[in-house]
Ligand binder design. Structure first.
Ligand SMILES: NC(=O)c1ccc[n+]([C@@H]2O[C@H](COP(=O)([O-])OP(=O)(O)OC[C@H]3O[C@@H](n4cnc5c(N)ncnc54)[C@H](OP(=O)(O)O)[C@@H]3O)[C@@H](O)[C@H]2O)c1
Length: 358
């Protein structure tokens, strides 16, 4: 199981695919198999599916709307069901017998959150017990336009449960993937590498002047997020609405310190001011390019500039700093330490680069 999707993979220079030797977390729980529906086969969703299949306990259906991506996971416990997300009756029929539904529909491509609202209505109608909306990132999307629909769904879930709880749900918020600090290398089978404004490959970073010790971001490997979701599926208590999954929270200064230690050389740091960012000025000599399948190629540069601006402003507001709701409920889960993860990725590379300049 588990393949790279060739049709959607951008070309990346000097990319290595890491087969990180972390142990799949085995649950002590002997729960019986549950039926899980995954709405939209995405990067992140496929990584969660891998963690669920590793449990050998669950039947999973993936609801998709257009094409099953080439090279998608094939497994006897996994079924792909093509649906029209506009058709509530069809969604309801597809969800009958499902215990838990996880959504990975990308928010900015679901205007008015029509697909996710239909999914929620259909899930309630079909008697689905639990739902995870397409969060999987920041805690506070305020001012981040491509996350605006996440807020719409938060409000919708509050609304449907206002009179009486009709569906249990949890907002799985995890901050940014630490895997992106490995760019251009790939650290997970299903997650496409993305560059960040902390660029370990080129030993450079962009920070907001004077806020290096103030701002913060939570970082987690997608491996840990996927395994915590698999644990949450088997959790017998009620799901917490505030479902923070906290790997670690760091300041820009701490990331830089870690980067210089791991890469064994100083980083070139460019500084921008919060005032400039707030008036839309992003004047840096480079921007991390957002080469993601959801972003059309001709929009990559303007989108990347906007992403940099919104991410830096967001970090100043704690938008990517998440709570630890699930950590508290799953105290025996051991997260991969950030430093160890990054050493695994970069140690050989740093030695290689050093010896070539010796
Ligand atoms: N924490 C992080 O660092 C991080 C990083 C990446 C993503 N995320 C989050 O993870 C989630 C999934 O992101 P991803 O990158 O894995 O997504 P992705 O690979 O781009 O896949 C998105 C899926 O949504 C489907 N979709 C798009 N618009 C839809 C609509 N209107 N109705 C129904 N389905 C629709 C797409 O189907 P088609 O192929 O048919 O268009 C595709 O299957 C998002 O909530 C995202 O914010 C978090």
């Amino acid at each position: 199981m588990g393949y790279i999707r060739p049709s959607r993979q951008p070309h990346l220079p000097q990319q290595k695919i890491f087969s990180l030797k972390f142990t799949i977390f085995q649950s002590s729980s002997e729960n019986t198999m549950v039926q899980i529906a995954v709405a939209s086969a995405s990067n992140v969703g496929m990584q969660v599916i891998e963690a669920l299949l590793a449990r050998k306990k669950h039947q999973i259906i993936v609801l998709y709307r257009s094409e099953i991506p080439a090279g998608s996971i094939q497994h006897p416990d996994l079924t792909y069901v093509k649906v029209n997300f506009q058709d509530k009756k069809q969604l309801t029929d597809a969800l009958r017998g499902v215990h838990t539904m996880l959504s990975f529909i990308i928010a900015h491509k679901d205007p008015g959150s029509v697909s996710q609202k239909n999914l929620i209505d259909a899930a309630i109608e079909a008697g689905v017990k639990r739902f995870a909306p397409s969060e999987w990132g920041c805690s506070n999307p305020e001012g981040i336009p491509w996350y605006a629909e996440k807020v719409v769904i938060r409000k919708y879930l509050e609304e449907v449960n206002k009179e009486k709880k009709v569906i249990e749900y949890s907002l799985f918020q995890c901050g940014h993937f630490a895997d992106y600090l490995a760019f251009p290398h790939r650290t997970a089978k299903q997650l496409l590498p993305l560059n960040m404004h902390y660029d370990f490959h080129n030993c450079r970073a962009i920070v907001v002047e004077g806020r290096e010790h103030i701002d913060s971001i939570s970082l987690i490997t997608v491996f840990d997020l996927a395994n915590v979701v698999a644990e949450a599926i088997e959790y017998e208590g009620e799901w917490p609405v505030q479902g923070g999954v906290l790997g670690t929270t760091v300041t820009p200064a701490q990331i830089l310190e870690l980067g210089e230690k791991i890469r064994d050389r100083p980083f070139t740091v460019e500084k921008v001011t919060l005032e400039d960012l707030e008036t839309g000025v992003v004047e840096t000599s480079w921007v991390p390019l957002m080469t993601h399948p959801a972003i059309p190629t001709d929009k990559v540069l303007p989108y990347s500039k906007s992403a940099l601006q919104r991410t830096l402003i967001g970090m100043s507001k704690g938008a990517f700093t998440v709570g630890d709701g699930w950590n508290k409920l799953l105290p025996s889960y051991r997260f991969i330490p950030l430093e160890g993860f990054l050493y695994t990725v970069w140690a050989g590379e740093s030695r290689k680069a050093l010896s070539s300049t010796d």
